[in-house]
Design a protein. Structure first.
Length: 643
């Protein structure tokens, strides 16, 4: 199938736009490579420190400077249900890599906070910045230069993007991402949402609410709705950083363990010591980033990735923006209905056909690039598979892959590209005199996708909830919630508002939210223009809005406007607010440097910049592995090890 012309156009534009920074990135990658094992560049004292506590046989392997060493970088903690299963993964990984003549070392751990625990709490103001902190922790783990490849253990919201950003700053090393899988299905998502709305109305108490939440979030594994955590897993599959079909296999099962072992073995055989050298800095290229955007759109994934994918791309020297998302969304059809965009959870989606089905349908429809390199060393079509337990060495368990089903197991959840749920991806760019913002309308009914109503301005979500509880919001309005951007308070998610706004909409009121904060993939059925950029503290126009201004939010026309006479609008001064409390308590003082240096949302809300050229005196290879000069882009790069 020929590529869709919009996919071709957007990809070509990204490649052209990214040439300077991508070229600089690839030069950095080449400069970091050494001949032989990476630890061969260390002095004897360095190396002795690096294996002092290791078992004798592994220590001997590390001394000989012949066998590759695999780093384990883990975001394990046992408070996050999704990350608790990682406790036992390092032992599985170490044993598995020994089977293929390599050694694995636990290189380091990273932070891993749970947005579900911190929603509506001060700790949520650290959440977005934890992504860059995780990237920094990943860099610390890899900075010992002992390693020839790495496996990354992570699942949830900021954690996988942070791990990948860190991995890309060591782009000369191969990277394999290893998920833990979703928890088994508990209380249905629709019932959970109903209980939350009843609690917001005061019709059930805290005991009933807690019981409902506990039945929903009930065991080890990822939360089963399609928020940021499960969107992460979808994107890792489509970017070729997982083994095929690995994302949605439940924890603590034989197949999950065998997939972990297989991933570890794969990481050990794609190092520069082999003929299959696959550095992550080349696996993640312009085409794989476009593939990730397409996968996000077709599955109705988390709006957090309109930040995270920008940041991930930036780490690899690739420049994308919200226009790219918007243009692709217009031609990428919706192939899934997973909560909050439907009633099914990710277990139901996996049973209906899963990621392999989605990848094949998009490839057949010309909406994904097949000519990318994945950790299998093949094109993306090799990932149109699903894993099963099968016979391994000498009759032991192992993994076999079979073609993904050709027919959906449930067309209420997963459909072919010839009969999609909707002709577009449901994520749109809205813009106007209030700035640029993202709207996700996958779960928003058509009659709610345009709202024109008076503004009610709030400077905190607590102020909004106080007004709701006081009965002051029983009207048509657009809630303008400002001072929620990364500079102001770390750009928290604002899910505490969702039940209240949903109740008002259900009661027949025309309501919408406009904010420089976040709502994530669980934003649901209420229209919300989020990530408004620039934020107020960067001169953003939300600071000019006053109560009673008529605001027009329209996903269909891409409009985000304050309908205020121009002379009045330009005569106003930006509003101010006392943000002192946002920097105090719950560790927020330690994150002042992030708030002071963060860029705007559309640029990824990152605290790091694009790669810069490095002096030739650093010691660049004169030639790349196929004899060309160090490239300015990797369009024609071939992954082969140095002779």
């Amino acid at each position: 199938m020929a590529l869709h012309p919009v996919l071709e156009t957007v990809t070509a534009r990204i490649i052209q736009r990214s040439k300077p920074s991508r070229g600089a990135y690839l030069a950095h990658l080449e400069a970091a490579r050494v001949k032989g094992v990476q630890r061969g560049a260390l002095a004897c004292t360095n190396l002795a420190h690096g294996f002092a506590a290791f078992p004798a046989n592994d220590k001997l392997s590390l001394k000989e400077l012949k066998k590759p060493s695999v780093a384990i970088v883990s975001a394990y903690n046992d408070m996050l249900s999704a990350h608790q299963p990682f406790e036992g993964f390092p032992a599985l990984i170490k044993d598995a890599v020994r089977e293929v003549g390599a050694v694995a070392q636990f290189a380091g751990g990273t932070p891993a906070m749970c947005d579900g625990v911190t929603q509506g709490q001060p700790g949520m103001e650290l959440s977005l910045f934890s992504r860059d902190a995780i990237a920094m922790a990943t860099a610390v783990a890899l900075s010992h230069n002992m390693f020839d490849s790495a496996v990354y253990l992570g699942v949830c919201d900021k954690i996988v993007p942070g791990l990948l950003i860190g991995a890309l700053h060591f782009g000369h090393l191969p990277a394999v991402f290893v998920p833990a899988g979703p928890m088994t299905t508990g209380l249905s998502n629709s019932e959970k949402a109903k209980i939350r709305q009843l609690y917001a109305q005061g019709k059930v108490g805290r005991a009933e609410l807690l019981e409902g939440e506990s039945q929903s979030y009930h065991s080890a594994g990822t939360c089963t709705f399609y928020g940021t955590a499960n969107s992460n897993q979808m994107l890792m599959e489509v970017m070729g950083l997982h083994l095929p079909g690995a994302a949605f296999i439940t924890p603590n099962t034989p197949l999950r363990d065998e997939l972990t072992k297989a991933a570890a073995r794969r990481a050990a055989v794609i190092t520069a010591q082999s003929s299959e050298y696959l550095p992550v800095g080349h696996v993640v290229d312009e085409k794989s980033i476009v593939n990730a955007i397409v996968a996000l759109l077709t599955t109705g994934g988390s709006t957090n990735h309109t930040l995270h994918l920008v940041a991930i791309a930036k780490a690899a020297g690739i420049v994308i923006d919200w226009n790219d998302f918007d243009e692709l969304s217009k031609v990428v059809p919706s192939l899934t209905r997973i909560y909050p965009n439907g009633n099914a959870d990710v277990n139901h989606f996996h049973a209906a056909g899963g990621t392999g089905f989605v990848i094949r349908e998009l490839l057949d429809g010309g909406l994904l690039h097949d000519d990318v390199t994945t950790i299998l060393g093949k094109g993306l079509r090799a990932h149109c598979k699903e894993p099963f337990l099968g016979e391994g060495k000498e009759g032991s368990p192992g993994v076999v892959w079979k073609d993904a089903p050709t027919e959906s197991g449930d067309e209420a959840v997963l459909r072919k590209i010839s009969a999609p749920f909707a002709p577009d991806g449901g994520t749109v760019l809205v813009q106007g005199n209030l700035g640029r913002a993202v709207m996700k309308v996958s779960a928003v009914k058509p009659e709610h996708q345009t709202v024109e109503a008076p503004a009610l301005v709030f400077n905190s979500q607590e102020d909004f909830m106080d007004a709701y509880k006081a009965g002051m919001l029983d009207r048509d309005f657009v809630a303008v919630l400002r001072f929620q951007g990364p500079r102001a308070n770390g750009m928290p998610e604002l899910h505490a508002l969702t039940p209240a706004l949903a109740n008002l909409q259900d009661a027949g009121r025309h309501v919408a939210l406009v904010t420089d904060g976040r709502m994530s993939g669980a934003s649901g059925k209420v229209p919300a223009a989020i990530h408004v950029s620039p934020e107020v503290l960067a001169g953003g126009a939300l600071g000019l809005v006053r109560d009673g201004d008529i605001i027009r939010v329209c996903a269909r026309s891409g409009t985000l406007e304050a309908l205020v006479e121009s002379s009045v609008w330009h005569s106003r001064s930006l509003a101010t607010a006392d943000l002192t409390p946002n920097g105090v308590g719950m560790g927020r003082e330690l994150f002042a440097m992030f708030r002071n240096s963060v860029c705007e949302a559309e640029k990824g809300a990152t605290t790091f910049g694009l790669p810069s050229p490095i002096p030739t005196t650093v010691g660049l290879h004169d030639k790349d592995p196929v004899g060309n000069t160090v490239p300015g882009s990797d369009e024609d790069y071939s992954m082969k090890k140095d002779a």
